[in-house]
Design a protein around this ligand. Structure first.
Ligand code: ZN
Length: 207
């Protein structure tokens, strides 16, 4: 069966073709850019994804900043912030931050790692396709940027009341955020689906 792609502007159905690197495909009816072939998209996505996975633990569990007020200092990590919300019985906020800032970004990275490795090593197609569908669903739930905005707002509010020192965790968190943004720029969804079409339904038997 021929792979089809729909134009987002005028809904024209067109057959998908793998393009040479650096070129783009436009709709013949309305001129809208359908997709572009990014250079080494799979390899670059995998490299960014692995970097993100390595940054995840320090970004979540190392101090983002420390507050010094009235002779007392307190270190804050992303995880400790969620625990504090739970301790104060603010369940809805705790669950939301837990899911959007910790679980969804981690799940996204693990799913993408599984899909990219699966394409590389020709693992079985059905679970890979399912994993990529879940990855796309989770896209709108991973909100590292919103958390960062929250950190900035609290810094502005507290700057006159306490001495604030930024921790190593903040650097890792910013790097993690940049990795996530770069992955979404580099990752070619059309190419992934095209590659998944070519993956066998059963994994290759290793000899
Ligand atoms: Zn069109």
């Amino acid at each position: 069966m021929k792979e089809l792609i729909a134009c987002h502007e005028c809904d024209l159905l067109l057959p998908y073709k793998a393009l040479p690197s650096g070129t783009k495909a436009c709709c013949p009816r309305c001129g809208y850019q359908l997709y572009s072939a990014r250079n080494n998209s799979l390899e670059r996505s995998l490299a960014l994804n692995i970097t993100g996975l390595l940054l995840y633990i320090p970004a979540m569990f190392l101090p983002i900043m420390s507050l010094e007020m009235l002779g007392q200092s307190q270190f804050d990590t992303v995880f400790a912030g969620i625990v504090t919300l739970f301790a104060h019985d603010i369940w809805w906020a705790a669950l939301l931050v837990l899911f959007c800032s910790m679980l969804a970004p981690l799940l996204k990275k693990l799913l993408l790692f599984y899909v990219l490795m699966g394409i590389k090593h020709s693992w079985s197609k059905p679970p890979l396709a399912k994993a990529f569908t879940w990855y796309q669903h989770l896209d709108s739930w991973a909100m590292l940027e919103v958390y960062m905005l929250g950190v900035l707002v609290s810094v502005v509010k507290l700057i006159d009341l306490a001495a604030i020192h930024f921790g190593f965790g903040l650097g890792c968190f910013i790097a993690l955020m940049i990795c996530a943004m770069a992955t979404s720029v580099v990752l070619d969804h059309h190419l992934i689906w095209h590659k998944l079409e070519q993956v066998p339904n059963q994994p290759k038997a290793s000899l």
